[in-house]
Design a protein. Structure first.
Length: 249
């Protein structure tokens, strides 16, 4: 079991303009890798929900059409609250991120070796669950992938296959194809289509809205994360930055 807390520097403008000396605009995301035959009982990543009406730390509250529905009873939200509370009692450094300033949302990943419907043999599967939707997303036969939290030309979160390329003894991450996550694209397209006539975001939430809810506003500049990793989880995760040339660093 591993509990960790991270404060990652983040500037919203990085996804739309260059800093001095920077050659490529980029986007943020997570890289996940499940080595070999390892499984994972639970990898929980919690963050302050930016689209919650209770997020008042910086005096900014998301307007009603763009708020998430209240999902305090969602199992992922409850796990975030429970595991953070256990950690904060020991760590003693969590006061700045306690409610009422933040409502914490989360994403939970787990993996199994099983025989899903439509398959003739057992395979490795990865399940993704979110605190703001009841939908469950499943990846089949995928051991290395990225969750990209939007980019300059769009703000939809996408899941992408990844591979490793070894050159001169150094491994490089190579982006592959986008993985179609069930209703994700359909929901985002419906929201874009109806946003000008008063669409409410909570009616269209799915994995595509993860980046909108996770990434801080321009005034915050810090991405706060709490990570809980179960004792039977062999999956690794790290924050990645993808430049416009398609390379991950």
């Amino acid at each position: 079991m591993v509990n960790t807390r991270h404060m990652i520097p983040y500037l919203a403008y990085d996804q739309c303009m260059l800093r001095p000396g920077q050659k490529h605009q980029g986007s943020y995301g997570f890289i996940f890798e499940r080595p070999g035959n390892m499984l994972c009982d639970m990898l929980l990543i919690c963050y302050p929900g930016q689209l919650s009406g209770n997020n008042t730390l910086n005096g900014l509250i998301t307007s009603i059409p763009y708020r998430m529905s209240k999902h305090e009873a969602n199992p992922i939200s409850q796990l975030c609250a429970e595991k953070r509370q256990e950690y904060c009692k020991i760590d003693g450094a969590c006061k700045v991120t306690e409610p009422p300033f933040y409502i914490w949302h989360g994403i939970m990943l787990s993996s199994k070796y099983e025989k899903p419907a439509g398959f003739n043999e057992s395979i490795f599967t990865t399940t993704i669950k979110l605190s703001f939707t009841k939908r469950t997303y499943v990846l089949n036969k995928t051991s290395l992938f990225a969750i990209e939290l939007g980019a300059k030309d769009h703000f939809a979160t996408r899941v992408r296959e990844m591979s490793k390329e070894v050159k001169n003894g150094k491994a490089k991450l190579v982006p592959g194809d986008i993985i179609r996550m069930g209703d994700g694209r359909k929901l985002s397209e419906k929201f874009y289509e109806h946003v000008n006539i008063g669409a409410y975001l909570h009616n269209y939430t799915g994995i595509w809205t993860l980046g909108l809810d996770m990434l801080p506003t321009t005034g915050q500049r810090i991405l706060n994360l709490f990570v809980y990793k179960g004792c039977a989880c062999g999956m690794e995760a790290w924050v990645g930055f993808k430049d416009s040339a398609g390379s991950y660093v």
